[in-house]
Design a protein around this ligand. Structure first.
Ligand code: HEC
Length: 163
């Protein structure tokens, strides 16, 4: 008996009727997941560094939204990690590393001053987050968290392929 396989087949068949939106999502996600598996060297390294940033922002987002208790030590550690990663961003995007499977746009190399400026801004925002955590107050943490998120978004807007 292979219950998991027959369930999967049933779920796929049911999916055709009940979850077309989910199927679309799965199909859209597939090329991106594949891109990550085939990444090597510095491209893989920077994708992993970016994933660390994503995980940290997710953890802190839950705290800011009140879905998890505010843990100042976690916010401080995340702020420090983000600042350290930010300092490595320029080196993680060397010339000639923009080819597939990377999702970096050519602007990373043609608009380098702005790209590195945003990496520096991320360091500043992350240090502010670390300092806000030391207050133990949700207000300053939430403000610094939003400031950090804005820098992520600003850089992705101009330098990363759209999903
Ligand atoms: C200075 C520009 C810049 C900043 C700041 C930045 N990113 Fe990115 N990020 C990129 C680029 C460019 C890519 C695409 C890299 C590639 O595919 O080679 C990327 C990719 C990612 C990815 C996808 C990684 C993968 O597996 O392919 C995640 C997740 C991510 N960033 C999260 C974040 C978060 C969260 C922040 C803020 C805390 C952030 N980034 C800040 C430029 C930036």
């Amino acid at each position: 008996m292979r219950p998991s396989i027959s369930h999967a087949v049933q779920a796929l068949a049911a999916g055709a009727f009940i979850a077309p939106a989910l199927m679309v999502l799965l199909l859209a996600a597939a090329p991106r997941a594949q891109a990550h598996e085939s990444a090597t060297g510095v491209v893989k390294e920077r994708m992993e560094a970016m994933k660390d940033l994503g995980r940290a922002m997710k953890e802190m987002g839950a705290m800011v939204k009140g879905q998890a208790p505010l843990a100042a030590d976690r916010i401080q550690a995340n702020g420090r990690m983000i600042a350290e990663h930010a300092a490595r961003i320029p080196a993680l995007f060397p010339a000639g590393s923009g080819h597939a499977p990377s999702e970096a746009l050519p602007a990373v190399w043609t608009d380098r001053a702005r790209f590195e400026g945003l990496a520096a801004d991320l360091g500043t925002a992350a240090r502010a987050l670390e300092a806000a955590a030391a207050t133990g107050q949700k207000g300053p943490v939430a403000k610094a968290f939003r400031g950090t998120g804005q820098v992520c978004g600003a850089c992705h807007d101009g330098f990363r392929q759209k999903k």
